[in-house]
Design a binder for this molecule. Structure first.
Ligand SMILES: *Cc1c(COP(=O)(O)O)cnc(C)c1O
Length: 439
């Protein structure tokens, strides 16, 4: 089996050995992609094999990433794979969210059920496998939170030294707590995400560290499994739409690549359309696609959103994401802080819950439904990217009327759920519980 690194730029397409330690094309600076030039797959046989592996006890077969290894065959042997049981995330029916969005039905693929609580685990198991294969001892990333939590867990499990760089003062405690507990050497740098990423990229060679940011093409390979597993769970019936939040746009790149490869190898009868949702205060990709690329890509210098996982002004994977959105006849939408907050509370009321960035998915689906882009009877899968408990502070503030946007605007808790303080008085308690029900 051959796998190669290929420059993503259509005008360049330079090829490199799969074991070359590079993060961008040395010729043109383009993004890199893993390609399998000689891959021939029997879709019918693999669908059956993948289904059988679900009942096996071997960790590599139980993993919701490595189970699908025939579609991510960049390793020569699987002895170095470290799995924490990633993937295997549920598809959940969400009638209340469907009603809120104006759809007949809506299902969520909840990546928050991963071992560290976000979809980053799907990619990280692959990134760390590649680090081990290359003989690296240290791995590093710059992260708004979930990437560092995930990388640290996998590095710890693999016996590698994890180093994380985080923007000073801009991280939710749930995520930082994970990285500290899993043993990351943690540097809080007084700069924003984009500035720190540039800094670390320039230092990686000198310090002998393998970079596991989302530019890392092996993480993208792992994240393809989110779409593959979702299709497997739907018995290979493609939805009309797959909606997801867009930050650095690695996941958009991964979803598009998965769909193209599945289609190429005969797994899909139709191509779902991607709907990528950004937060209003961090929406350079939305603007770029709205102008159909005419104005060039203009980063947002000071990205602002309470959904910190998508607070990215200069998303590294935008060229791939633009290609994938166009290939799938997809769309890009942006949503406000109020829309994200309310959508998040609605997802909570489904008994599901998610972190703020994930809720952009439902807010965006609703907006696209209202604009007539998505029809009421279309089959939509919304991807929830992270777990509710990643950012409990946000939740508490929303429900107690204390949530304020970065611009200083109070968020009105339309689905507010305030705890009630009450004296030790049975009559008073009965009165309260008889008088009020949550809408
Ligand atoms: C990383 C992350 C995102 C953004 O994904 P990109 O691939 O950077 O677009 C969205 N939601 C959560 C919870 C994340 O951790």
């Amino acid at each position: 089996m051959t796998a190669e690194l290929v420059c993503f730029e259509r005008a360049c397409r330079r090829r490199f050995p799969i074991t070359e330690v590079i993060y961008e094309c040395p010729s043109c600076g383009g993004l890199l992609e893993v390609e399998y030039p000689e891959l021939h797959l029997d879709a019918g046989r693999l669908k059956r094999l993948w289904r059988e592996r679900r009942t096996e006890n071997a960790p590599i077969d139980r993993s919701g990433v490595w189970r699908y290894r025939e579609l991510i065959p960049f390793l020569e042997d699987y002895g170095s794979v470290v799995t924490l049981g990633e993937g295997n995330t549920p598809l959940l029916d969400a009638p209340k969210a469907a009603e809120y969005a104006g759809l007949e039905r809506l299902t969520f693929k909840h990546q928050g059920f991963n071992p560290t609580g976000s979809f980053k685990d799907n990619g990280m198991t692959c990134g760390v496998a590649q680090a081990l294969r290359l003989g690296m001892r240290r791995v590093a990333c710059v992260s708004t939170g979930n990437t560092s939590a995930s990388m640290t867990a996998y590095a710890a499990a693999a016996g590698l030294e994890p180093i994380i760089f985080i923007p000073h003062g801009n991280i939710s405690f749930g995520k930082l707590a994970q990285a500290l507990e899993y043993g990351a050497r943690t540097l809080q740098v007084e700069a924003n995400f984009d500035e720190i990423l540039a800094l670390v990229r320039s230092l990686a060679g000198e310090l002998g560290i393998y970079l596991l940011n989302s530019v890392n093409p092996f993480r993208i390979e792992g994240q393809k499994s989110i779409v593959i597993e979702m299709m497997d769970q739907r018995d290979w019936r493609a939805p009309d739409w797959i909606a997801l939040p867009g930050g650095n746009l690695g996941n958009t790149a991964a979803f598009g690549k998965a769909l193209r490869e599945l289609s190429e190898h005969g797994f899909l009868e139709k191509m779902p359309r991607l709907a990528v949702i950004q937060a209003e205060g961090a929406a350079p990709f939305y603007e770029y696609m709205r102008e159909e690329g005419r104005g060039g890509f203009r980063p947002v210098a000071h990205p602002e959103t309470l959904a910190t996982a998508i607070r990215i002004g200069d998303p590294v994977s935008w060229p791939k994401a633009a290609f994938e959105v166009r290939s799938s006849r997809g769309v890009v939408e942006k949503v406000s802080e109020q829309e994200i907050a309310d959508a998040k509370a609605v997802i909570g009321r489904c008994g599901i819950g998610c972190e703020p960035a994930s809720a952009a998915t439902l807010a965006g689906i609703r907006k696209l439904r209202q604009a007539g882009v998505i029809a009421p009877d279309e089959d939509v899968v919304g991807v929830l990217t992270g777990h509710l408990l990643k950012d409990p502070d946000y939740v508490y503030r929303y429900h107690t009327g204390q949530l304020v946007t970065p611009a200083g605007v109070p968020v009105r808790g339309a689905f507010e759920n305030r705890p009630v303080v009450v004296a030790k008085d049975p009559r008073r308690i009965a009165e309260i519980l008889l008088a009020e029900t949550l809408s």
